[in-house]
Design a binder for this molecule. Structure first.
Ligand code: ZN
Length: 140
């Protein structure tokens, strides 16, 4: 679990027609990635048109392995730039999934001092209430 400060709302994803299937999968504890069936490109985050071939009706959500490695990261240690709902220190990581796309999330179950570029990670899901599930990354 990510440590949260009581009384401060957590940032929620903005759900729209382009990503509602993505977030419905997260709610079911599954990670999916949008893929263009015309040119086989993976898209992250979800969008209405393939940036490679401009197709709009060939985009499908496919299961992701949820495995990847830390491509980059930021560790928040002071409250100057941190989100106030998150207890310090906490990390925001950019994970490159095995499928080749990069995804931003927090970590869980990893001491922030252990985090390094190239660290193998896997996705996990946290239910933060009846209407909110988020994904995090932990050690693999
Ligand atoms: Zn395409």
């Amino acid at each position: 679990m990510v440590d949260l400060v009581e009384g401060i709302p957590i940032l929620r994803p903005y759900i729209d027609a382009d990503n509602e299937e993505y977030w419905a999968a997260v709610k079911a504890h599954k990670l999916v990635i949008q893929k263009c069936e015309a040119c086989s490109r993976y898209l992250q985050p979800p969008r209405p048109m393939c940036p490679e071939c401009r197709s709009m009706d060939t985009l499908k959500f496919v299961p992701a392995t949820g495995n990847g490695h830390i491509y980059s990261y930021v560790i928040y240690t002071t409250d100057r730039m941190a989100y106030p709902a998150m207890k310090l220190p906490y990390a925001v990581v950019l994970v490159e999934l095995e499928e080749g796309v990069r995804i931003v999330a927090n970590t869980t179950g990893i001491d922030t001092e252990e985090i390094h570029i190239g660290m193998p990670v896997k996705v996990v899901f946290e239910d933060l209430g009846d209407d909110l599930t988020l994904y995090r990354f932990t050690k693999r």
